[in-house]
Design a protein around this ligand. Structure first.
Ligand code: PLP
Length: 374
């Protein structure tokens, strides 16, 4: 029997690696594999690639200096670094209830150490309410951290305004931009953020590498102690192959960002219009959303069951609810936006990429219409 072609529509979970990035990566694994800290000439190419990667990434996100880019192992590490630096006894950190666990769980740890974690209000689209930020800031607030775009429902926050309110009280602002970098234009200077987290595998780079942007002059304690790598802040021999691949993948995406957005938005329109024809009872979350991040909630249906039926049809999507062995639980994000449980339990997330096609949208819509109307 002919195997069905896989349709990958879970790009918010991870993306396929770029060929350019892969080729670059292999050069540094097999040819220029030297430790960038060594003084001999064989290490020069690796050292140069490290510098060049910082420059490329700084350029892609509008940073003023390459030294503002610090390499980490992933988005989770970048988020953990920030929260562990600021989350000290007696301090207050303000964050949103729809952050990724990479922020929420370090916040829980910080709370155990005596740090207060204050949680912002969000509306039914997941947008942070500005008044709640104004009212939560006090003289013990040391950091405000709000994600740029949500991984589950795609909501894009007004980071510029949130940073402005935060700065008006002299407090630094961090954003987890893991879902946004490489997908929508990001300029750290015009957003005026002090720290930003990103992860390569979300923008067609390799897994196991990410970065943290730290504005010049802002504080940050060392996270991994040892050698002097990453300006003495994060020790450990640099993974040059992954770093250069991350930089090249980001550069490739940023060069075509408007083109990719147009393509993905068109796919999204096709998919939604075909689902409407199916006359299904579903809600689509959000107003200002990440292109291609489509959260669909089907009334009185089970998201896990839809996911597994789609899987049988070789279509990969994700759910908005996490299943443990006995019960299906509504995710913290859907709870925070107070989505009616009759819809929340039937939520799936389809996340598209530049590689998806119109044909795939037809196949996804056809399959969903079939599964949900049964
Ligand atoms: N932050 C957000 C918003 C994410 O979506 C993710 C991953 O899904 C992370 C952080 C963690 O990134 P990584 O997988 O690189 O650790």
């Amino acid at each position: 029997m002919e195997k069905k072609r896989l349709i990958y529509a879970d790009n918010a979970a991870t993306t396929r690696m770029s060929h350019v990035a892969f080729e670059e990566m292999s050069k540094f694994m097999f040819d220029s594999y030297a430790n960038a800290s060594q003084p001999y000439s064989f290490a020069r190419t690796a050292k140069k690639a490290l510098l060049e990667s910082r420059e490329i990434i700084a350029d892609c996100i509008g940073a003023s200096h390459p030294e503002e880019i610090l390499f980490t192992s992933c988005g989770t590490e970048s988020d953990n670094w920030i929260i562990s630096h600021f989350g000290i006894d007696g301090a207050n950190i303000i964050t949103s209830p729809i952050e990724h666990k990479a922020i929420l769980n370090p916040c829980k740890k910080a709370k155990e150490k005596g740090c207060n974690i204050k949680v912002l209000s969000v509306n039914s689209f997941g947008e942070v309410e500005f008044d709640s930020l104004q009212s939560l800031i006090d003289d013990k607030t040391v950091l405000v951290s709000v994600m740029t775009a949500n991984n589950e429902i795609g909501t894009i926050q007004d980071i510029e305004k949130l940073a402005r309110i935060t700065h008006s009280k002299g407090i630094p602002f961090h954003t987890d931009a893991v879902q946004a970098v490489g997908h929508i234009p990001i300029n750290v200077n015009s957003l005026d953020v002090d720290y930003l987290s990103a992860s390569a595998h979300k923008f067609n780079g390799p897994k196991g590498i990410g970065f943290l942007y730290k504005k010049s002059g802002q504080n940050l304690g060392s996270y991994v102690c040892g050698g002097t790598q990453e300006f003495g802040l994060r020790a450990g021999t640099e993974n040059i192959a992954a770093i250069i691949a991350m930089a090249k993948a980001l550069q490739e995406n940023c060069a075509k960002i408007e083109h990719n957005i147009r393509h993905i938005k068109k796919l999204e329109e096709t998919l939604l219009s075909l689902l409407k024809i199916g006359n299904l009872d579903f809600k689509r979350n959000g107003v200002n959303q990440l292109p291609g991040n489509i959260s669909l909630s089907f009334k009185d249906k089970n998201g896990e069951a839809i996911l597994h039926r789609l899987d049988l049809m070789s279509i990969c999507v994700s759910t908005g609810s996490a299943c443990d062995s006995n019960t299906t639980q509504i995710s913290h994000v859907l709870k925070a936006i107070k989505l009616d449980p009759s819809y929340a339990l039937g939520t799936i997330r389809i996340s598209l990429s530049k590689d998806n096609t119109e044909e795939e949208m037809k196949a996804i819509a056809f399959s969903i219409n079939k599964i949900v109307s049964n």
